[in-house]
Design a protein. Sequence first.
Length: 254
Amino acid sequence: MVIFLRVLFAAILLSFWEFASGRLISPLFVSSPTAIGKALWDLVNDGSFFTHMAVTAMEAGGGFLLGGAAGVIAGVVLGRARLLAEVLDPFLLGFYSLPKVALAPFFLMWFGIGIEMKIIFAAAIVFLLVFLNTYSGVRGVSKELVTVFRLMGASERQIVWKVVIPAAITWVFTGLRLSVPYALVGAIIGELIASNRGLGYLVAKATTQFDTAGAFAALIAIIFLSVLLNMSIKIAERRLMPWREAENTKEMSV
């Protein structure tokens, strides 16, 4: 039933859009579903769709992996080192509150216009989201449980691997899920500023040529890539947290 209603809603929306384009709204601003579909097919047919998507996926994926790994490590380290966390806290919060788009020109100046700049910029955006969630999860680990493990003779490394990380992994994946679209945003912003490849470049190129259909086709490709990245995170989460799947199944059965 839900799937049917979703399909029906999409059909009604697209039909109204097709009718309104050129009648109620100028196609220069919103184009039409048929024109967008043709532009998307042209991109797929000449192979540029997959070429540009692969570039953006590499930039967003690289930034996500780099920023995510650094965020988890920093979150665990600072979560276990209270004094260091208190010293760095205002600086990290200040950097987090800064609009990341404002940093893009600096990254362009520091790292050039190559793919490295997009990866590092995306990683910087992802880092803080993953770090803050990991840090919160580590700080929320039961102190009594840690004390019990210490009394049993566990080392700090054993406590981290056997207690802290398993207890905070839900927070870690929350940060990873939240950071997926931001990794893509970082890659797209880098491409909009300086690039001759990628989906962001396609959007910029189409808009400068007043090709609304081409710009919307590139946006659809960005949405498709974002869905793929989110699905990858969900698959990894199910593999690393199988008990969550069991809990969801139990709730649905109830």
